[in-house]
Design a protein around this ligand. Structure first.
Ligand code: PEP
Ligand code: MN
Length: 361
C-alpha cells in the first residue's frame, strides 16, 4: 500500500505513521518527494490496515500498489530517481557514461583507459577486478590488486569507479574501493548477494540476467531496495534468443518499457548486448534516442590485446567518436550527456598526464 500524506506534514508525524505501519508487521519505506511524502507499506497484509491508516487526519489516501515490485514501481514514486555519486550523474535527463576495459589488467592499462575515456567525455570508469568467466580456465581478474589500481585511476582522474562484486563475502571489500557496485548478469538472481549490496550505502548497477523476464529483473532490484538501498541502476545488457549472429540480442524497447513501470534509471550496455565492436556505436546512439539514462561501454587502449571480451571492445579513438555522435542525439532530445561532476579529488589534465607518465616509466 502507498500511504499518501497531505502536503507539509511534519517529520515527527511521518515517523509516527511509519512506526504504526511497522507495528502492523509491514515494512515502512518513507519516500520524500519534492511535492509530498509517501510511505510505502510493504509486506503480507492481513485485514483492516488500509482503514486504520486512512483514519489519520494527516493521511490523504491509501492506495494499493498493484505491481509485484513495490518500491521499484512508478506507482510508489512518480519522480525519477537520479543516482549521483562522485563524477557520475544518471537519471531524469542526465545521461551518464561509464567506459573502460572489461577487465583491469595492469595499472598502466587502467590509468591510460581512465585518462582517455575522461578526455572523450565519460563520467565514470568501468573495469572488472573480479571477473565472472564462462570458463574456469579464462582470466579471472586481478581481484584486490585490481581494485587498488581502479582507486589509483580515480585519484588521478576524479572518475567514479564501477566494478563488479560477485559474492556477499566481497561486498565490504568492493564497496571500500568502488563508487558503484556492479551485479553481473549471471548473478541477477543471487538473492543473498542482492540483499548484501542492499545493506551498503553505495549505488548498485544491476545487470539483467540473459534469461530473465522484466518482472524478474524488477523483483531482483526490489531485493536491493527492500534492504534500504535506494540507488539502483538497471542495466539492459542483452538477452539470449534463437539469434546467433550477435552475442546476445539487445532489446532497446526495454528502455521505454521500464520507464513506464519504474522510477529507477535505465542504462544500456551495447558491448555485451551485441558482442561486436562495430555495432557498439550505432546501438549507443539508438540507446540515447530511446531515452536511456546512461551507457556502459567496453573501451581499451589496445582492444586486440584485451584480456577479456576483445571482440566487443572499442578503441579510445572509436569511443571519442561515439561520444561526439551520441551527444548530438542527446542534445537534439534535450538530455544532458556526459556532464562530468567535478569532485574535490578530481585531478587536472596535467595531473592525469603526470600520473600516467610516472606509472608507465
Ligand atoms: C562485464 O560487464 O564485464 C560483464 C561480465 O557483464 P555481464 O554481467 O553483463 O555479462
Ligand atoms: Mn566484459
Amino acid at each position: 500500500m502507498i500511504v499518501v500524506l497531505k502536503k507539509g506534514i511534519e517529520e515527527s508525524v511521518v515517523n509516527t505513521i511509519a512506526q504504526r505501519v511497522e507495528d502492523m508487521g509491514l515494512k515502512a519505506h518513507v519516500i520524500v518527494g519534492t511535492e509530498r511524502t509517501v510511505i510505502a507499506a510493504v509486506g503480507d497484509k492481513r485485514n483492516g490496515e488500509q482503514e486504520t491508516l486512512e483514519s489519520y487526519p494527516e493521511v490523504e489516501k491509501v492506495v494499493p500498489i498493484l505491481a509485484p515490485y513495490k518500491i521499484a514501481s512508478l506507482e510508489t514514486r512518480q519522480e525519477h530517481t537520479v543516482v549521483e555519486t562522485g563524477s557520475l550523474k544518471m537519471g531524469n535527463g542526465h545521461v551518464g557514461v561509464i567506459a573502460g576495459p572489461c577487465s583491469v589488467e595492469t595499472e598502466e592499462q587502467i590509468l591510460e583507459s581512465a585518462v582517455r575515456v575522461k578526455e572523450a567525455g565519460a563520467t565514470a570508469l568501468r573495469g572488472g577486478a573480479f571477473k565472472p568467466r564462462t570458463s574456469p580456465y579464462s582470466f579471472q581478474g586481478l581481484k584486490e590488486v585490481g581494485l587498488q589500481y581502479l582507486a589509483a585511476a580515480r585519484d588521478a582522474t576524479g572518475l567514479a569507479i564501477v566494478t563488479e562484486v560477485m559474492t556477499p563475502e566481497h561486498v565490504d571489500l568492493v564497496a571500500r574501493y568502488s563508487d558503484v557496485m556492479q551485479i553481473g548478469a549471471r548473478n541477477m538472481q543471487n538473492y543473498h548477494l542482492l540483499q548484501a549490496v542492499g545493506e551498503v550505502d553505495k549505488p548498485v548497477l544491476l545487470k539483467r540476467g540473459p534469461a530473465a523476464t522484466i518482472d524478474e529483473f524488477l523483483l531482483a532490484a526490489e531485493y536491493i531496495l527492500d534492504r534500504g538501498n535506494p540507488n539502483v541502476i538497471l542495466c539492459e545488457r542483452g538477452i539470449r534468443t534463437f539469434e546467433a549472429h550477435t552475442r546476445f540480442t539487445l532489446p532497446l524497447a526495454t528502455v521505454p518499457y521500464l520507464k513506464e513501470r519504474t522510477h529507477l534509471p535505465v542504462v544500456i550496455d551495447p558491448s555485451h548486448g551485441t558482442g561486436i565492436a562495430s555495432l557498439v556505436k550505432p546501438m549507443s546512439r539508438a540507446a540515447v534516442a530511446a531515452g536511456a539514462d546512461g551507457l556502459i561501454i567496453e573501451v581499451h587502449p589496445n582492444p586486440k590485446e584485451a584480456a577479456s571480451d576483445a571482440a566487443q571492445t572499442i578503441s579510445c579513438e572509436a569511443f571519442a567518436e561515439l561520444m561526439v555522435e551520441c551527444r548530438k542525439v542527446a542534445e537534439a532530445l534535450g538530455y544532458q550527456m556526459g556532464d562530468f561532476v567535478a569532485t574535490s579529488s578530481t585531478g587536472s589534465r596535467e595531473d592525469c598526464n603526470r600520473v600516467v607518465a610516472e606509472e608507465i616509466n
